[in-house]
Design a protein around this ligand. Structure first.
Ligand SMILES: [Zn+2]
Length: 297
């Protein structure tokens, strides 16, 4: 069994859901983020957040995958301050929903003053709601941006064991682990952090507090990155125990602290029933629904 704790399923197809379920992915966490172009109105955020707590979990369930999400104002769009103010007012309406396991993904992109302001405000919100935080670290000026993200979390009094720092690499991981945060790694198919490099990270830094994810979205990315990396780790001699920790257990351990994610959600799940509807809508296009009378697991 695998968990992909960072994947933007809204941007993916039903083929991806089928392939992920087939490869052993039992649960996903979908962070709210940007669309590739800036939103112009708060209503776009509202509908997007609503889909992350409504339609998308339903769609995932139709393929036997348990869907959770994180809700937040992403760093890029924090730079439109007028809009950001309106989004901040929306967040409390969504954070308490049953599949929302953290405030995220939040943090820095260009490390502007506006990004800093809304990152800090959302950390305060996480404290107020007693929630986990999922941090997006900048792709430019990565190391300084990662350290700054953690220092700001500590300054606001967050418990580092309840903060997942994502998009790490070999240069940042030690700093993250030393400070007691959870270090997530996004595996990109061709650039940045590839799965061969991930194998070396686990060999060098061990498996404690390290998480593998795909961050698959509308760009070139791979929704099977977690199972593929797991397979490669085994092939390269990483122990089965370390593979389970980095590709399943560590994500479960940290995100279950939300009180909203638990193993029984998939171990005791009812079988797939594609005859079900969400607001009178189904994922089928007149096709025969798949109905499993037996349990999935
Ligand atoms: Zn993301």
């Amino acid at each position: 069994m695998f968990i992909d704790p960072h994947v933007h399923m809204t941007s993916r197809t039903t083929d991806d859901y089928e392939a992920m379920a087939e490869a052993g992915v039992v649960a996903v966490i979908e962070p709210s983020f940007w669309l590739g172009q800036p939103r112009t109105q708060v209503g776009s955020f509202q509908d997007y957040f609503s889909s992350l707590v409504g339609w998308e979990p339903f769609r995932a369930s139709q393929f036997g995958i348990k869907h959770y999400c994180t809700i937040g104002l992403n760093s890029k769009e924090a730079n439109n301050e007028a809009l950001a103010e309106e989004v901040m007012e929306l967040l409390p309406l969504y954070l308490h929903k049953e599949n929302v396991v953290a405030v995220g993904e939040i943090g820095y992109d260009d490390q502007t003053p506006a990004e800093d302001k809304y990152f800090r405000q959302q950390l305060e919100l996480a404290k107020e709601f007693d929630m986990l935080v999922q941090v997006h670290t900048p792709h430019r000026d990565k190391k300084a941006g990662t350290i700054r993200s953690m220092e700001v979390c500590l300054e606001h009094g967050l418990d580092p064991s309840k903060v997942v720092i994502d998009h790490n690499n070999e240069e940042t991981v030690q700093e993250v682990l030393d400070r007691g945060f959870i270090a997530a790694f996004t595996i990109y198919p061709k650039t940045k952090m590839g799965n061969e490099r991930m194998v070396e990270v686990v060999k060098r830094f061990g498996s404690d507090n390290i998480i593998v994810d795909s961050s698959a979205d509308w760009g070139v990315s791979d929704p099977l990155a977690v199972p593929k990396t797991a397979r490669l780790m085994l092939k390269r001699g990483v122990s089965r125990e370390d593979v389970i920790k980095t590709c399943y257990q560590n994500a479960l351990d940290v995100f279950s602290k939300s009180g909203k994610m638990e193993e029984s959600h998939w171990l005791n799940a009812e079988g797939i029933d594609q005859s079900k509807l969400f607001n009178d809508n189904s994922v089928l296009r007149g096709q025969q629904p798949r109905i499993d009378s037996d349990k999935i697991v």
